[in-house]
Design a protein around this ligand. Structure first.
Ligand SMILES: Cc1cc2nc3c(=O)[nH]c(=O)nc-3n(C[C@H](O)[C@H](O)[C@H](O)COP(=O)(O)OP(=O)(O)OC[C@H]3O[C@@H](n4cnc5c(N)ncnc54)[C@H](O)[C@@H]3O)c2cc1C
Length: 342
C-alpha cells in the first residue's frame, strides 16, 4: 500500500523535527522517517549528554533535551513517524514523488524535504574477506527478528550498548552465546555488564575480552566457524551460526547521492530563498544543504525549515496566497497549535 502525503521529511534529526513544526503552522501535515530507530540525528546519536549553548533563548540543554523539547513542540501537528526506514529511492512523477525505503514502504509525496544531515548512519562493517558475502545470512549488523537466533550458536562482536543489550536479550534462547570485545572495559551501561557477568558464571553465555575475530570459516556457502584471538595468544575456533557485529555507526551520504540532485562537497545545493534543490518540489535543509555562507549549525537549519515550509505551501496549494502570520496573534495558527484563544 502506498502512503499518500503532502510532505515527506527524510531525516528526523533536529532540523527534520523542526520542519514538522514549520509545516504544521501552515496547516500541512507531514510524514517523517529515519533510518535509525530513534529520532534526534547527531544530537542523540553522537552527543546526547553534552550541553549545547547556542540554541536561541535556551541558555543550555543537552542533545537529548533539545530533541525531547522539539517533540513536545511538534506534538500538536500529529506527524506520522516511520522509524528504521532508510529512504533508498526518490523518483519524480507527474504529480509529486515516489519514495521507497529499504523495508519496502512506499510513499506518494507532493513535496519531499531532505533533512538527512551528514547522511544516514550506517553500521561499521567487519573487515574480514568473507564478511560481505555472508551479510544477511551469517553476518548481521542489526536484529530485525530476535526469534531467528533461537537455538543457534551466536557470537556477538562489540562492547557498546547494542552488543550488551542484545547479548542479554538473546543468550537464553540461543544454543550458545559468546560476547567478544576488543578491550576489557565496556562502553555500554555498567548495569548491563554486571548482569551479563553474573549470568556468565556457569551458563552457556561466555564473555571474551581483549579479543577480536580474525577469520571466518565456511561450510559450503554457510558461516560455520569464527576464529577469536585473545591478545597475542593462538586463535580459538568457535562454532557459529550467526555473527552479530555492533561496531557502532558512521554517517554516509548513501542513497541521497543517487536522487539526481545537484550535489557539491557531499551536500545538496539549494536556492536560499526557498531551500529548494535543483529538482522543484524537493527541498533540503540542515547539514545536508549547501549554499554560499552555509554554517552547519542547528539554528541555521531552523531558519531553513521556515523558508522551505513557505515555499512548499505555495506548491501544495497553488494559487493560494501565503501570508506571514504571528503565532502570538493568528487565530488559525493558535487553532493548529491547539492553544486557547486569548
Ligand atoms: C559532537 C557534536 C557537537 C555539536 N554541537 C553543536 C552545538 O553546540 N550547536 C549546534 O548548533 N550544532 C552542533 N553540532 C552540529 C549539529 O548536531 C548539526 O548541525 C545538526 O545535528 C544537524 O541536524 P540535521 O537535522 O540537519 O541532521 P542530523 O542531526 O545529522 O540528522 C539527520 C538524520 O537523517 C537521517 N537520514 C539520513 N539519510 C537518510 C535516509 N536516506 N533515509 C532515512 N534517514 C536518513 C539520519 O539517520 C539522521 O538521523 C554538533 C555536532 C557534533 C557532532
Amino acid at each position: 500500500m502506498t502512503i499518500k502525503t503532502d510532505a515527506l521529511i527524510v531525516g528526523a534529526g533536529p532540523c527534520g523535527l523542526f520542519q514538522v513544526f514549520e509545516l504544521g503552522l501552515l496547516g500541512i501535515k507531514a510524514d517523517i522517517l529515519d533510518s535509525l530507530p530513534n529520532s534526534g540525528g547527531q544530537c542523540t546519536e553522537l552527543y546526547p549528554d553534552k550541553p549545547i549553548y547556542d540554541i536561541p533563548a535556551v541558555p543550555v540543554c543537552t542533545g537529548q533535551e533539545l530533541i525531547d523539547a522539539l517533540h513536545v513542540q511538534i506534538e500538536p501537528f500529529g506527524a506520522r513517524f516511520h522509524m528504521s526506514e532508510e529512504v533508498t529511492v526518490v523518483e519524480q512523477l507527474d504529480d509529486g514523488f515516489h519514495v521507497a525505503t529499504d523495508n519496502g514502504t512506499e510513499f506518494h509525496a507532493k513535496t519531499v524535504f531532505v533533512a538527512g544531515g551528514v547522511g544516514s548512519f550506517q553500521p561499521r562493517k567487519l573487515r574480514l574477506p568473507e564478511a560481505e558475502q555472508l551479510e544477511g545470512t551469517g553476518v548481521h549488523y542489526k536484529v530485525r527478528d530476535p526469534a531467528r537466533f533461537q537455538d543457534r550458536n551466536v557470537v556477538i562482536l562489540g562492547g557498546g550498548d547494542s552488543a550488551l543489550d542484545w547479548a542479554l536479550a538473546l543468550w537464553e534462547g540461543a544454543s550458545s552465546l559468546t560476547l567478544v570485545h576488543r578491550r576489557d572495559e565496556y562502553r555500554g551501561a555498567p548495569a548491563t555488564v554486571a548482569a551479563l557477568k553474573e549470568l556468565e558464571a556457569g551458563s552457556k553465555l561466555r564473555m571474551m575480552e581483549c579479543a577480536k575475530a580474525t577469520a571466518l570459516g565456511l561450510d559450503g556457502d554457510r558461516l560455520a566457524t569464527v576464529d577469536i584471538q585473545i591478545t597475542d595468544s593462538d586463535p580459538e575456533t568457535l562454532p557459529v551460526d550467526d555473527l552479530l557485529v555492533f561496531f557502532g555507526l558512521a554517517p554516509k551520504l548513501g542513497p541521497i547521492a543517487d536522487w539526481g540532485l545537484e550535489i557539491s562537497k557531499k551536500a545538496i545545493e539549494v536556492d536560499t530563498a526557498t531551500f529548494q534543490s535543483s529538482t522543484p518540489g524537493i527541498f533540503a535543509i540542515g547539514d545536508i544543504c549547501t549554499y554560499p555562507g552555509k554554517k552547519k549549525l542547528i539554528l541555521s537549519g531552523f531558519h531553513e525549515a521556515a523558508l522551505a515550509a513557505f515555499a512548499a505551501k505555495a506548491l501544495i496549494e497553488p494559487g493560494k496566497k501565503v501570508n506571514l502570520q504571528y503565532t502570538t496573534t493568528s487565530p488559525i495558527m493558535k487553532k493548529r497549535l491547539g492553544v486557547e484563544e486569548d
